[in-house]
Design a protein around this ligand. Structure first.
Ligand code: COA
Length: 191
């Protein structure tokens, strides 16, 4: 009797475990589905190249609008851990810390590789963050920021003008052709 019951309980645990494992694998296959499952609000047509772990311990404090690109290695930090130095002696302090902030990226923004985004900021719409920048303050609409701390370096309109002037003409329509074209143009030989 007891053995049968134990077997039934065990079978139930196995079924549940298989379900969670399948869900986990499915979500990891599609990063955006997984991040939404973790609580990140994500709009339409976003491209996210950073690892889901980089959304930190409070992914539900991060919100991305439509048409947002997040480069590789971008880090979202939604709390200040510095209170670990003193919070066990501080009256009324939460074991989780007491300083949290949201990170909101509005529509049509680009966050360059390895940028670090700190709490309490809003970026955009139509703004970009340079590679490796540390964003400590909100970024106004249509603005390009870079550096540590990130500062505006130009408006989006000035960036487009500059980009258009420096554009390398490209004829390739697939990656193989692009490789040939760019290695010849930039190295002087096909590689
Ligand atoms: C920020 C960025 C968009 C600016 O491009 P740009 O307007 O063409 O910038 P420029 O190269 O003309 O540089 C303008 C100034 O900003 C500085 N700057 C540019 N990018 C910077 C960066 N990421 N961090 C710090 N400073 C930067 C330059 O040193 C230059 O400073 P100076 O005027 O004192 O010489 C670009 O540099 C960048 O970081 N792009 C993201 C790349 C990336 O992450 N790609 C991933 C592929 S998905």
């Amino acid at each position: 009797m007891i053995v049968q019951r134990m077997r039934r309980v065990w079978a139930g645990i196995r079924r549940r475990w298989d379900f969670f494992r399948a869900y986990y694998l499915l979500c990891h296959a599609d990063r955006i589905t997984y991040l939404r499952f973790l609580g990140v609000r994500i709009g339409e047509r976003c491209s996210i190249y950073t690892d889901p772990h980089n959304f930190g311990t409070e992914p539900w404090l991060v919100e991305l609008g439509d048409d947002v690109t997040v480069g590789q290695g971008v880090l979202f930090i939604t709390h200040d851990g510095t209170s670990r130095l003193f919070r066990k002696h501080l009256q009324g302090a939460s074991p989780f810390g007491n300083r949290f902030g949201t990170i909101r990226i509005r529509d049509n923004c680009f966050i360059g590789n390895n940028a670090i985004l700190l709490p309490d900021i809003e970026i955009g719409p139509d703004s970009a963050v340079g590679a490796g920048s540390v964003v400590t303050r909100s970024v106004p609409p249509r603005t390009i920021v870079a550096g540590n701390p990130a500062r505006p370096i130009r408006s989006l309109d000035a960036y487009i003008e500059n980009y258009t002037r420096r554009m390398v003409p490209i004829e390739a329509t697939d990656r193989e052709a692009l490789r040939r074209e760019l290695t010849v143009k930039l190295w002087g030989e096909e590689r």
